[in-house]
Design a binder for this molecule. Sequence first.
Ligand code: GDP
Ligand code: MG
Length: 201
Amino acid sequence: MAHPKEERTLVFVKPDGVQRSLIGEILQRYERVGLKLVGVKMLVPSAPQVEKHYLLDPGWKRAAGEKAIKGYEEKGLEPPSREPEEIGGRVLENLKNYLTAGPIVLMVWQGAHAAELVRKITGGTEPLRSDVGTIRGDYVLDSFQMADQDKRAVRNLIHASGSAGEAEKEITHWFSADELVKYRLVGEHILYDVNIDGILE
Ligand code: GDP
Ligand code: MG
């Protein structure tokens, strides 16, 4: 079994994060916890690239639709359709418009439990409900209700892979092997080595 410190995850700063000059702030949150940046680049994604990204998970459209329908019901509102695939398709169309609007900054982070740790720091999908102290909770105020009313994607600054398995597929989708750098950070000695030695003179 691979050591937990080998785990990698994919993050991208969405166009709203770039426009709000939050690239550095977001990057710092992942860096300061001890994760290692092993790949980074900026690009303007195409609609097919965005679609493929979400559909790497074959159940995504249905799951996104079911989640959205549940959200409407919790608020006592009638969803625009009861068919999860159809609602999921609408969410995807909105995401394509949102993510192709400008540059995004893609990053691959490596370290112990990278996927779970990055999700914790990033916060829940809907900024209105994301915990205080998380990036989405602290830096943006959007809600599903407002996004749905205005027929657009919720602006939540960041994409972060849902699991290490999801991450591996997403990393391959966005990065070629030669864009990922294998290197050692001196700080990893203190984070991971069994014996903390070589400190005292
Ligand atoms: P994430 O992994 O936290 O970004 O969330 P998901 O993978 O479940 O969904 C991807 C994106 O779809 C989110 O960032 C939102 O933009 C959008 N989305 C997901 N669920 C909903 C929902 O219930 N309602 C609306 N309006 N958008 C949603
Ligand atoms: Mg997701």
